[in-house]
Design a protein around this ligand. Sequence first.
Ligand code: MTE
Ligand code: MO
Length: 202
Amino acid sequence: MGVANFSPGFHGRRRPVATGLLPPGQYPTDGFPVLSAGPTPRVLPDAWEFSLTTEDGTRRTWSWAELQALPHATPTVDIHCVTKWSKFGTSWEGVSFDTLLDGVETAAPYALVHSYGGYTTNLPLADLRGGKAWIVFSFDGKPLDPEHGGPARLLVPHLYFWKSAKWVRRVELLTTEKKGFWERVGYHNYGDPWREQRYDGD
Ligand SMILES: Nc1nc2c(c(=O)[nH]1)N[C@H]1C(S)=C(S)[C@@H](COP(=O)(O)O)O[C@H]1N2
Ligand SMILES: [Mo]
């Protein structure tokens, strides 16, 4: 497996691998910077809940125990922040978004992701499918640090890392697009690091 796994729209059950390739304008870092637009919400797993709503108002909810009971995935991927750092070979454990969408009937093209604390980010629903996105709760073999989004965050590594909402709480599937926190203030609506889509108009 190789670079082809990262082409927009790869399908199937193959596990994405870390390529160690640097998108344009990025530099590699060994650290793991924390970037949060507000204070770190403290959500205990017992109180944590994730829900998915479709365009007709249908709502599915997973408790922490229900999430843990789903099949786990262990993606190792490269991540790329719009502030220009990239981190190669990050290892996570979580549940594929395909698993959460299994049996969910929707024709909605858009998703708006909501976090505990109020952060939001938007992306096409297609980018949450096809083995490209996960809800993750472990990093590097340990429970995810609250600063990095614990107890659970979204991981969508083929887009700039602002799309990987920390403290994920809800995904809203929409017929009409709604923009998220950074997208509303001039960041690119899609955010493909390989096309350097940092700001609106890039
Ligand atoms: N809830 C929430 N999620 C968020 C953010 C945030 O401020 N709040 N920042 C985003 C940005 S801009 C980046 S680069 C990454 C940073 O994740 P990290 O702090 O684990 O490195 O989280 C993204 N997800
Ligand atoms: Mo970022």
